[in-house]
Write a protein that binds this ligand. Structure first.
Ligand code: AMP
Length: 294
């Protein structure tokens, strides 16, 4: 795969921005490779240290052959293009990339506390304080993305990582899209998709409000709201907005109110993200710092 643009250097320190003029070509020799952090569909992720700056990063190694076989080169290119231009505390930084004959390497911000998905499995469900703090972080990141005409379209626990301080990071932009128009593509995992996407009608940035509503429910109940054994039942439940709140775990009426305002079939009627930030449940429960320490 030929990606022709130049790469940006990892930050010297996590907090300082790299000068926009500092661009260079990377090779594997620029990094000390450490322990494996995980395995994805197309390759492995390793802890790594950039030798010159000592900056710790996560190096994602993808095999070109597998990317080609699955015909996702175009998707990866789009992901790299979009993620490398985003700068937000709740969005995982993509510092740069390079490639050799067989592999593509992505230089990513290291999320020291790993996958949110695993945390949720461990806890079964989150406290309202924790859930509200994560929802605020995501809403802020999505407001930032939408302001840049980027819709994520695939917000789910598997795509979220946790940084060293406990801050949430959106990590995967594989299905995101840079858009000025309404779109019709069907993408993402069924459980988190809004009615307009499962029905393949036009959609816009408000798809991310729906997915955030699904996620908020899952944080509080431990399962997504439209889960069903059969794909076709999930589909039907989404289209009908068959939203039920089980008696256990006990969840406050305000949290249910917020979820009900996000999971609305008519995308224009969903609670706008800036209004979500002012919702009483958010105001009363979210950590003002936006960080939930674990
Ligand atoms: P992926 O190929 O993106 O699905 O990544 C595979 C696994 O590697 C993830 O499930 C995480 O456990 C881990 N991982 C990926 N990226 C990072 C990162 N930036 N920081 C820490 N762990 C990561």
């Amino acid at each position: 795969m030929a990606i022709a643009a130049e790469n940006q250097a990892p930050q010297e320190k996590a907090s300082s921005e790299v000068s926009a003029t500092e661009t260079r070509r990377w090779t594997l020799n620029d990094f000390d490779i450490g322990k494996p952090l995980g395995r994805g569909k197309f390759g492995h992720v390793y802890l790594a240290r950039e030798k010159r700056s000592n900056h710790i990063v996560a190096l994602k190694v993808l095999f070109k052959s597998q990317l080609q076989q699955s015909q996702v080169e175009h998707q990866l290119r789009r992901e790299v293009e979009i993620q490398s231009h985003l700068r937000h505390p709740n969005i995982l930084r993509l510092y740069g990339y390079f490639y050799d004959q067989k592999r593509v390497y992505l230089i990513l911000e290291y999320a020291a506390k790993g996958e949110l998905y695993k945390e949720l499995q461990k806890c079964k469900y989150f406290s309202e304080r924790r859930a509200a703090t994560y929802v605020v972080s995501l809403a802020r990141a999505l407001i930032y993305c939408h302001g840049k005409h980027v819709i994520h379209r695939d917000i789910k626990p598997e795509n979220l990582l946790i940084g060293a301080q406990g801050e949430l990071k959106i990590a995967d932009f594989g299905w995101s899209v840079h858009t000025f128009n309404r779109r019709r593509t069907m993408c993402g995992t069924l459980d988190y998709l809004p009615p307009e996407m499962v029905e393949s009608v036009e959609h816009d940035a408000s798809v991310d409000i729906w997915s955030l509503g699904v996620l908020c429910y899952e944080f509080l109940y431990g399962v997504p709201p439209f889960e069903a054994k059969e794909h076709s039942d999930t589909y039907r439940r989404i289209v009908q907005v068959d939203l039920k709140f089980p008696p256990k775990p006990i969840v406050s009426a305000q949290a249910k109110d917020l979820i009900s305002q996000m999971l609305v079939k008519d995308s224009a009627e969903r609670l706008p993200l800036h209004k979500l930030l002012e919702h009483p449940w958010i105001v009363q429960n979210a950590e003002p710092s936006g960080v939930y320490r674990i």
